[in-house]
Ligand binder design. Structure first.
Ligand SMILES: Cc1cc2nc3c(=O)[nH]c(=O)nc-3n(C[C@H](O)[C@H](O)[C@H](O)COP(=O)(O)OP(=O)(O)OC[C@H]3O[C@@H](n4cnc5c(N)ncnc54)[C@H](O)[C@@H]3O)c2cc1C
Length: 419
């Protein structure tokens, strides 16, 4: 394990930490890199980790003060394998295994990413949906998600007694769950032995020459490289434009609320629970709960770092989750305003609601790892895939999430719940 530095050249701190080199405030001299990763969210840092593990000299550029501080910090930190499309199920199964074996993968024994596998429980009380749930589980099994279960009848109430009596059916996989995205992102950073991380360093342009990508420009100077990976989260569309690539990305605000709650009011060992009828969800979180709903009518908006929250989002979320989780009514009675914190980030959607991973195929040296509404859960496998394709371990034709799928018409249809 390397002992490297966090350095503030223009400030006063110099701190030794066990991490790849993180530099705050700097001026590049003549830096070159095998690969430059743009964006220090969980997707970018995982990508840097895998490229560095493949033997490349990597530079990661993050415009904000810290890694894991934009969308990754806004998420509810969950992961699941319940997907009806093989491209998504494969990537999530691989990623969950990596989360389960995180210490071994990053080769740091004392890292704890707080992995909690209590399952995702998708529930309906609409009799018209029951057969869809049953079919979804058949599909999950076909895709190798063998632990997924279809639960109906009295068994549902017996196993999840906190549900309303009207709940009719559910899909459940106990292997799904949640973790600390902060610890996972910094774990990938600490495990990246050949990556230098620059925070407070916005990329302002991509340098091109006759061969393709030749470098990146920042306010601190330029970096020469033949490989750039766009992991800029909601800002990925703008980064691609710098390289001359117009991507069909849509950015949509999503909110969540944390509610401080007396733990004795919560069901023991509760899963991540989703009400499929009104798109609401909740899960336990230290000292309380996280809850939210995904508004299908939320309009697309331009990417922004600071996002407003709706004054009534918490009340609306509680109202919605209470429908199938009646114990929320007791919680609602006891909440005071200071118990509630509402925050927002952005989901990024592509035309088929799946991320774009690997070489752009259009601009030599310009690679993509973006277009996520589910970037936390896919980050380990997606970062590895970028590295595997770049180093020839995987052919891009074998990567169903390649960018060229849109032009090829090779888009996989699916009916994954809640996205
Ligand atoms: C309310 C909510 C709940 C969610 N829940 C889940 C969940 O449970 N599970 C899940 O898997 N996903 C969830 N998501 C989605 C998930 O948070 C994102 O898909 C994931 O964090 C994307 O990671 P990222 O690294 O691509 O993006 P980000 O974390 O946004 O990182 C991108 C980084 O790029 C940087 N950047 C942008 N432009 C530049 C530039 N020009 N120069 C340098 N740096 C730049 C940004 O500052 C940012 O730090 C949720 C999202 C929201 C909003």
């Amino acid at each position: 394990m390397l002992i490297l530095n966090i350095v503030t050249y223009f400030g006063f701190t110099r701190q030794e930490v066990i991490v790849g080199k993180i530099c705050l405030g700097h001026n590049f001299g003549n830096i070159t890199a095998d690969a430059v990763v743009i964006g220090g969210g969980i997707v970018g840092v995982s990508t840097a980790f895998w490229l560095s593990k493949a033997g490349m000299k990597v530079v990661l550029l993050e415009m904000r003060d810290a890694l894991s501080s934009l969308t990754t910090a806004a998420s509810v930190e969950c992961f699941r394998t319940q997907f009806t499309e093989s491209s998504m199920a494969d990537l999530s199964l691989e990623s969950v295994k990596m989360f389960e074996n995180f210490k071994e993968i990053i080769e740091i024994p004392d890292i704890d990413i707080g992995i909690t596998q209590r399952g995702y429980l998708f529930v309906t009380d609409d009799s018209n949906m029951v057969s869809d749930l049953e079919k979804a589980v058949v599909r999950y099994h076909e895709l190798g998600v063998n632990d997924a279960e279809f639960i109906t009848g009295p068994e549902l109430g017996e196993r999840f007694p906190f549900l309303a009596t009207g709940a009719l059916a559910a899909t459940y996989n106990q292997k799904d769950g949640w973790l600390s995205t902060h610890e996972a992102t910094y774990g990938f950073a600490k495990g990246s032995k050949n990556t230098t991380f620059y925070t407070k360093t916005p990329v302002t342009d991509i340098v091109m020459d006759g061969r393709g990508v030749a470098g990146v420009k920042t306010g601190m100077g330029n970096i020469a490289t033949r490989m750039v990976v766009n992991c800029a989260g909601p800002f990925a569309g703008g980064i691609s434009k710098m390289a001359g690539l117009e991507m069909p990305l849509r950015t949509v605000r999503r909110q969540k609320c944390y509610i401080k709650t007396d733990p004795s009011l919560l069901p023991e060992k509760a899963p991540f629970m989703v009400d499929l009828v009104n798109h609401s969800y909740w899960r336990p979180e230290a000292g309380g709960i996280l809850c939210a709903w995904v508004d299908p009518d939320e309009p697309e908006t331009e990417p922004r770092e600071e996002l407003p929250t709706d004054w009534d989002f918490a009340a609306e979320s509680i109202h919605r989750v209470s429908r199938l989780n009646p114990f929320f009514e007791t919680i609602a009675d006891k909440i005071v305003a200071s118990d509630i914190d509402v925050s927002a980030g952005m989901y990024v959607y592509t035309p088929d609601d799946k991320p774009v991973i690997g070489p752009s195929g259009v601009i030599e040296g310009f690679h993509l790892n973006c277009g996520y509404w589910c970037g936390v859960m896919m980050s380990p496998g997606a970062g590895k895939r970028v590295a595997d394709i770049a180093t020839g371990k995987m052919a891009n034709e074998d990567n169903p999430l390649r960018y060229s799928r849109f032009a090829e018409g090779a888009v996989e249809k699916g009916a994954t719940f809640l996205k």
